[in-house]
Design a protein around this ligand. Sequence first.
Ligand code: DQA
Length: 163
Amino acid sequence: MRKQKDTSSDGGEKIEQARLLVLHGPNLNLLGTREPRYYGSTTLAEINRALVQRAEGGGVVLETFQSNHEGALIERVHAAREQNIRYMIINPAAYTHTSIALRDAVAGSGIAFVEVHLSNIHARESFRHQSYFSDLAIGVVCGLGSEGYLLALEYLLRRIATE
Ligand code: DQA
């Protein structure tokens, strides 16, 4: 596995673990009780815990961030660039269909990402069929519920392992 290499002061090589960021958009803090027919009954805390545990097992550091505010999500993406985040998993929630500003932040970060949606946005209202993120994403997982996040993570762990 190619981890990020750094040269420490004693001249030896320090191996830095790859870092991932999972970004959750508005209303996803309500998972578990919010429209369970679309989003299931798993809470955001449960999803995040499973992701952090799986990432640890894969030797990767994973952070999660949820906000109901567009600006906060944009600023988190800006910070990710400074933090040397290798990949992101993003569920932009309703901002998927509206936010050119968040799209621009993600594009500007240069950080490759997988887009995730719990529900199948293509089987729902037509305004959900358009995503401002899909053409930038490595790939999109949608309609597989909370498992979609874990599948996206499995893909990224495998990808990191072969880099
Ligand atoms: C969602 C789908 C969006 O259309 C919706 O606004 C969400 C969640 C999903 O995960 O299925 O909030 O991104």
